[in-house]
Design a protein around this ligand. Structure first.
Ligand code: 5AD
Ligand code: SF4
Length: 428
């Protein structure tokens, strides 16, 4: 009897954790249909590019991947999904060799859209396959709980390409996390486009959801992706301080340290409010790490404004900085501001902040020499094990490979730049 050909697909993901989660979901759905997941270079039948457009660099990378998929492939279907597809659909449709352009609103239906396009039958229920399958057994798993943003920061394209606010029902989230924990996942990372808006449209909020998740048996720890300053509620602080289940790490975007720029960005806090809140969190949550995003070269940013950003990041004592050069996004208010900053100034400011951020990361790590950290052991590197502490520092230690995928207590012996080296003292 003739065997039916197994379809082979490759997927490449750009951008945020929500996009990564959605790619994992697409992957497990296609695998659930009997398709084979292969590398981009392995001549797949279908290429999927799950794109990003948050900056011009992200759009450029998305275009490069599309071209790479098309080049040298005859007959393969090239699917472009995600935020770049929503932002620049017409431009992408013009590229010869692109077969399908799928916006965020249709992402769930990708298996169905592909099979319809290829004129083949959809085996099983491709759209409804369990999203957990692909993540089972992973040490750390992403769990998407929220979509959309209605803040409309003046530089940001995201609210336009991600659509309406959506919160996943808490029962649904708890069920997924239970299944992941039972399958051996130690850490879950709650993700959303604007995570702190979780709860809009349903009868709970992020604190309420976390209060349920910390009770899930067999789960090591819960990490939050990005959250805004004013959304770290008293309940969240309390859980982080006392539950023992929350990773003591918060990623809180500052964006700028200048009040004038924050206002023009449509960010609803001042630099002093940010500093005061950060102090409060550092006092209430032992060993908390606070990392952040900063944009340099927003329209109208003077040397004095930039100096404020440098001052504020020093004062807060961030554990890590993600530095972005302002990128003009068509359709956003800031794109029309006439005091755009030249690239050379953005480059210089970005370099200065990246260097400062490196020093902060090393200083933060240094505080833990002689102390004990809880580390999720992820992999072996040479003769050592490597993992990430609950407050998000890279930690190395010698120990048996059997403990990969588990939480271990490590006594820190020395600092290695922004990372740490320690001795395994106890494993759960
Ligand atoms: N230019 C530069 N950085 C941006 N970000 C969002 N939009 C832009 C833009 N137009 C950054 C912000 C945000 C992070 C995810 O991306 O710092 O927090
Ligand atoms: Fe963009 Fe601001 Fe919404 Fe974050 S909060 S997604 S930066 S508009």
């Amino acid at each position: 009897m003739l065997m039916e050909k197994t379809m082979r697909f490759a997927i490449h993901t750009l951008g945020c954790k929500v996009n990564q989660y959605e790619s994992e979901k697409i992957t497990s759905n296609l695998i659930g249909m009997g398709w084979e997941f292969v590398d981009f270079a392995a001549q797949p039948d279908v290429f999927i590019i799950n794109s990003c457009t948050v900056t011009s660099v992200a759009s450029h990378k998305s275009r490069q991947l599309i071209r790479r998929a098309i080049k040298g492939n005859s007959g393969a279907l090239v699917v472009v999904a995600g935020c770049y597809a929503d932002a620049d659909r017409a431009e992408i449709e013009k590229i010869a060799g692109v077969g399908l352009v799928v916006g965020n609103g249709q992402k769930d239906r990708i298996p169905r859209l592909i099979t319809a396009h290829l004129g083949i039958a959809l085996d099983g229920n491709g759209d409804k396959q369990s999203i957990q399958a692909g993540q089972h057994g992973h040490t750390r798993a992403l769990v998407k709980v929220q979509d959309g943003c209605d803040n409309f920061c003046t530089y940001c394209i995201v609210p336009y390409v991600r659509g309406d606010l959506w919160s996943r029902p808490a029962d649904d989230v708890v069920a997924e996390v239970r299944a992941l924990a039972d399958g051996g996942t130690q850490e879950i990372v709650l993700t959303g486009i604007h995570l702190g808006l979780y709860g809009a449209g349903i009868d709970t909020d992020l604190g309420g959801l976390l209060a349920r998740l910390v009770e899930v048996p067999n789960l090591g720890r819960i990490r939050l992706s990005s959250i805004e300053l004013n959304e770290v509620s008293p309940q969240i602080i309390e859980l982080m301080a006392t539950s023992g289940k929350m990773a003591n790490h918060l990623h809180i975007p500052l964006q700028s340290g200048s009040d004038a720029i924050l206002k023009r960005m449509n960010r609803h806090y001042t630099a002093e409010e940010f500093i005061a809140r950060a102090r409060e969190l550092q006092e209430k949550i032992e060993n908390v790490a606070i990392s952040t995003d900063i944009i340099v070269g927003f329209p109208g940013e003077t040397d004095a404004d930039f100096a404020e950003s440098l001052r504020v990041v020093k004062e807060v004592g961030f554990s890590k900085l993600h530095v972005f050069k302002y990128s003009l996004r068509k359709g956003t208010p800031a794109a029309t501001y006439d005091d755009q900053i030249p690239g050379s100034a953005k480059d210089a400011r970005s370099m200065a902040l990246i260097n400062a951020g490196h020093t902060f990361a090393a200083d933060f790590a240094a505080r833990y020499v002689g102390k004990r950290l809880s580390v999720l052991i992820e992999r072996g590197v040479g003769d050592r094990l490597s993992g990430v502490s609950d407050n998000y520092v890279r930690v190395y230690a010698h120990g048996p490979r059997e403990i990969i995928g588990t939480l271990a207590d490590i006594e820190i012996i020395e600092q290695e730049d922004t990372a740490l080296y320690g001795r395994l003292v106890w494993k759960r």
